[in-house]
Design a protein around this ligand. Structure first.
Ligand SMILES: [Zn+2]
Length: 1061
């Protein structure tokens, strides 16, 4: 046929911007909603009398059980009614009786919108599905049973809080307890299934038209298809036939398999790029308390079980043993449903830790217990441990995590928080992360940079565009689902993924996404590729420092204090109880109670709790838990000591001794009933007390207002509360920088860009103001200890009193210079710190971290260096040069900075959100200056422990009841934990196979970064010795002869030994 010779009519170019914008008008509410696709989504919507509502409101913000609630009397209610106040609970009785017009409808839903969370229950008391409010998840699919037209009863439990709590005005603000929620929508809706499917089709197509590169054929095609769909729909006036025509057009672009899981069939032969995994990040507490989290878990996970019934490909992964345990205890029928899905492989437990914890501040042993308790729960309940450590949302990652993961049976790690860095862009997506000891885990940070993906086209584009390890492997994980109160993935997201996969078969502009596998599959293919030599992943050594949320090392000081004290308490309790149980047959080890105390402590290490980013309610809860821990723990401690003939006692008697729970000799002056005494300890166990010999500390006012404290090692001058001179007498060295001071309090204006409790921004440093101290005075006169006290006024509302003390030198060695500061803190958005300006030169400072030392720059050469302007330390920070150094010790602080030769311990912040009264009130802070000749070595490591573990006074009838274990050899070896074997037959709580006999677990680590060997000696009747992992699996049998075990550790190794008795 000849090409037409004459133009039939004018034809214009497609004006892209106009045709693109038109796509929006087809699916948006507003002026066209009664004409566009939205008008066809539902065949009918009915309220009363088809749906009859009555309500009972629970009193006093209580959260009653189902049984309690339904036994109450319900009053009629309906839409327009208002419910509150914030945190209150209201139970609705829903009576559904379908009219003949709706009977037989396949797709019936309850639509419920009250802008708050809710849960639908059966009449028999089984939770069915959660609701989120504010349009996030408002539909519940009615069961087929209602179609008979009889009256059916359901219950709906309404929680008067939004997905993100009750923040007044904005999400991270303190809660508004006066908030009320109006029931806006309560309807039975018949869904037009094909119209809804067209909405999913069209959304993906419109996204492609907008987001694909505008010069690509795919963007042009999407624009044509989208507009053709609108034309077809309009031509048929939105009829069912028109919708069918429109869907046929959509399938030209998306393929014809998008209505089922078959869309994923094609992938087997080809390389898989994006593994979509459903997830629901549920913060264990944050803008709501634990009690609400228990309900959020039940709501969210029941949603997912329901989706698995409807979408065979759906896979959902959930972490945190604690959340599973709560579900098992409070929602057994949901737990049973979850267990069914776990058996089928669709619900995938992951993570291997007790909660998704902070990793900066918990001690090494706490991190071990997060894994031990987490993995044991997984093993017991699900029959297998997790191979992947899952921690998408925490505020930085300590350097030893890879080693601990490997020791807990996990070689893989998924996280993503570093994408929030606000200074430097972390350079890798998939890489080997290497611990201080050289252990590695394969780490993946999803390039979509979220753990709450919406399963939309842009995230798939980002999965390639933002992938930083394409040279090694282009695949990635997409973690999708609405977090917290959002209940996880929605059916809309699962439908969207099907369409994105359909589209991915036709274009290379988005990677092919697969839904239906697991995180394990993802890592298996990476490991397989590496094993076959097809790729080699790059490495990152040391901590993954998070360049944001630096305020979390300091916010909520009382919680940090409790955490440190509780960790130390648990250390002492386990040591005493373990030895008592192997030495005294009549004493049985209180395993259940000790486990429960640990679980409470681990819970409080959740990544918003310990970091200080929760609302007040959460800290009321955790304060209660800590005080129970100390009370129950003390009772257990007294009992265990009692069976060994030891009693805690503060009074002086001939039987007064001290208990040293640390494995090295200590000689310390202590006050016993107003008199100074010298404790002499050879190591672990009971120590004797003597009268101290030659007292030798003096104090005097040497110039007006200037006081001198002196012993054989140090001479200090103090003026207005600051140390203005610190002389190391033996070598005649001035420890302070020229003109510098120590114990100088400074205050900063502290207004970060957005998240007050979390962040302290670099610009706060320029607001530094020295707080002038008042006139100093002598507080204690010697001869064994002398102190100078000074009051400093911070403001009209706040003050501090700081006492600097020096004790007599013992054996020529001086204890550290101890400072006790009491602060009355009533500030708004201010940051209090204390400075030590020392005459030491080094471009790196060292910080105590879990099982080792981490070094960070003291300068701002590069942006990476500068970003570390505030860092996390544990018991000490140290600045040393050749031949000399200064350590600053603390007993409950975690924030530190070393800027040049200025060392600065962070004391208190005063953010007003999300807890409006964070840190207001009285605080007692202890810290100390520990100068040392020579390099940083075991003296600082031990001083840090000693400062945190004061010896406790006891009366003991026999003096050797706890002195059964010693460790000698390289002083960098620290025997950090003594506990009972988890599965010993006299200790086991069942669930995991018990082991014959009794055993002791000894955890030893190399603390300074070098090979070290030593000998563990014990008088206990040991039969066999095994080196094991932190889950206490035997790995290597060691020789045990004449009560001795020879051990050799590599640099920064954490080694666990099991002594079979
Ligand atoms: Zn979180």
């Amino acid at each position: 046929m000849e090409y037409p010779r004459f133009a039939a009519r004018p034809v214009g170019k497609v004006i892209h911007s106009i045709y693109r914008d038109r796509l929006e008008t087809f699916i948006q509410p507003g002026q066209y909603e009664k004409q566009n696709l939205l008008s066809s989504l539902y065949k009918s919507r009915v309220g009363e009398p088809v749906l009859k509502l009555s309500v009972w409101s629970a009193p006093d913000l209580s959260r009653p059980t189902f049984a309690e609630a339904i036994s109450q009397s319900f009053k009629p209610t309906g839409t327009g009614a208002s419910f509150g106040p914030g945190w209150s609970t209201h139970w609705f009785r829903l009576e559904i009786c379908l009219p003949p017009t709706l009977q037989g409808e396949q797709d019936l839903e309850l639509h419920w919108e009250a802008s708050c969370e809710g849960m639908v229950w059966t009449e028999a008391g089984h939770p069915l599905q959660g609701l989120s409010g504010d349009g996030e998840r408002i539909e519940w699919r009615l069961p087929a049973s209602v179609q008979d037209g009889a009256a059916h009863i359901f219950y709906l439990e309404m929680a008067c809080n939004g997905m993100f709590g009750l923040g007044k005005g904005a999400r991270n603000q303190p809660p508004d307890p006066d908030r009320y929620f109006t029931l806006q929508t309560a309807e039975i809706v018949a869904v037009n299934r094909e119209a809804r499917a067209l909405l999913f089709d069209f959304t993906t197509i419109a996204d492609a038209a907008r987001q694909f590169p505008q010069q690509s054929w795919e963007a042009h095609k999407a624009l044509q298809v989208g507009n053709a769909i609108i034309e077809a729909f309009t031509a048929g006036a939105g009829s069912d036939a028109a919708i069918q025509d429109a869907r046929a057009i959509a399938r030209e672009f998306l393929g014809d398999k998008i209505d089922s899981e078959d869309v994923y069939d094609a992938e087997e032969a080809e390389e898989q790029l994006v593994y979509a995994i459903g997830h629901c990040h549920i913060d264990t507490c944050w803008l709501w308390p634990w009690e609400e989290t228990k309900r959020k878990v039940a709501r969210s996970w029941s949603n997912q079980c329901d989706l698995m019934d409807r979408y065979p490909e759906h896979r959902f992964t959930a972490s945190s043993a604690q959340q599973f345990k709560w579900l098992k205890e409070y929602y057994p029928s949901v737990y049973a449903r979850v267990m069914d899905k776990i058996r089928l492989g669709s619900f995938q437990p992951i993570g291997g830790s007790w909660v998704e914890h902070d990793t900066n501040m918990p001690s090494g042993e706490s991190l071990v217990r997060q894994f031990l308790h987490g993995q044991r729960f997984f093993e017991q309940e699900f029959g297998r441990r997790s191979t992947t450590f899952w921690l998408p949302d925490t505020f930085g990652y300590t350097a030893q995590l890879p080693q601990l993961c490997r020791l807990a049976g996990m070689s893989r790690f998924i996280t993503q928080k570093l994408s929030w860095n606000n200074i430097n862009n972390f350079p890798h997506t998939t890489f080997n992360w290497v611990a201080l000891d050289g252990s590695q885990v394969l780490c993946h940070m999803p390039p979509s940079e979220t753990y709450n993906a919406e399963a939309q086209l842009a995230e798939l584009v980002n999965s390639v565009d933002q992938h930083k390890s394409l040279d090694q492997d282009p695949s990635s994980v997409l973690i999708f689902g609405k977090g917290d109160g959002g209940g996880g993935p929605t059916f809309q997201q699962i439908e969207s993924l099907r369409r994105l996969r359909g589209l991915g078969e036709r274009t290379s502009l988005i990677p092919r996404v697969h839904h239906g596998r697991s995180v394990d599959h993802f890592f298996e293919q990476l490991e397989g590729k590496a094993a076959a030599g097809k790729t080699e992943f790059v490495t990152w050594y040391g901590e993954l420092y998070f360049e944001l949320h630096r305020g979390t090392y300091t916010t909520q000081a009382a919680t940090k204090w409790n955490n440190r004290k509780a960790e130390i308490f648990m250390h002492d309790l386990e040591y005493v109880a373990a030895l008592a149980s192997v030495k005294q047959a009549q004493y049985s080890y209180p395993k259940a109670q000790i486990d429960s105390l640990w679980e409470d402590l681990l819970l409080c290490q959740f990544h918003d709790c310990l970091p200080g980013s929760c609302i007040r309610m959460c800290y009321d809860d955790s304060d209660k838990l800590y005080s129970q821990l100390f009370a129950t723990g003390q009772h257990l401690m007294d009992t265990a000591l009692g069976v060994l003939g030891i009693r805690t006692s503060e009074t002086s008697s001939p039987a007064t001794r001290a208990l040293n729970t640390l494995p090295w000799p200590r000689r310390e002056l202590v006050k016993v009933a107003e008199e100074y005494a010298l404790i002499s300890s050879d190591g672990l166990g009971i120590a004797s007390i003597q009268r101290p010999a030659s007292p030798s500390v003096t104090v005097a006012e040497v110039r007006p207002g200037v006081f001198e404290l002196a012993n054989e090692r140090y001479k200090l001058e103090i003026e207005n509360g600051a140390i203005i001179s610190l002389l190391d007498v033996k070598i005649n060295r001035q420890v302070l920088a020229k003109g510098g001071k120590a114990n100088q309090f400074v205050i900063f204006d502290d207004k970060p860009l957005y998240r007050q409790a979390w962040d302290v921004e670099v610009y706060h440093l320029t607001s530094r103001k020295e707080l002038p101290g008042g006139v100093s005075a002598i507080a204690e006169q010697g001869p064994y200890r002398a102190s100078i006290v000074t009051k400093t006024v911070i403001s009209e509302r706040s003050w501090l009193v700081s006492t600097i003390s020096l004790s007599a030198a013992i054996d020529d060695e001086s204890p550290c210079i101890q400072i006790d500061t009491e602060v009355e803190w009533r500030e708004d958005m201010k940051f209090l710190k204390v400075e030590f300006d020392v005459a030491v030169t080094n471009t790196e400072a060292s910080y105590d971290t879990q099982y080792g030392v981490v070094k960070r720059p003291t300068h701002y050469n590069t942006q990476w260096d500068m970003a570390k302007f505030e860092v996390c330390c544990h018991k000490w920070a140290d600045l040393s040069e050749n031949g000399y150094g200064v350590s600053v010790l603390n007993d409950s602080k975690y924030g530190f900075a070393t800027c040049g030769h200025l060392m600065r311990l962070s004391l208190l912040r005063s953010p007003k959100a999300p807890d409006a009264c964070a840190d207001m009130g009285r605080h007692h802070v202890r810290y100390a200056i520990f100068p040392h000749q020579g390099p940083l070595d075991s003296r600082t490591v031990r001083a840090g422990y000693n400062f945190n573990n004061p010896m406790r006074l006891v009366t003991a009838t026999e003096s050797h009841m706890l002195n059964d274990i010693t460790i000698t050899g390289n002083p960098s070896l620290v025997l950090d934990t003594i506990k009972r074997g988890e599965d010993d037959e006299d200790v086991s709580l069942g669930g995991i196979a018990a082991r014959k006999g009794q055993s002791l677990i000894l955890r030893v680590f190399e603390s300074l970064g070098g090979q070290a060997s030593g000998i563990i000696k014990t008088s206990l009747p040991v039969v066999d010795v095994w080196k094991c992992n932190i889950l206490e699996d035997d790995e290597e049998k060691l020789e045990f002869r004449t009560g001795e075990i020879n051990i050799a550790l590599r640099a920064f190794e954490v080694a666990t030994f099991r002594l079979q008795l």
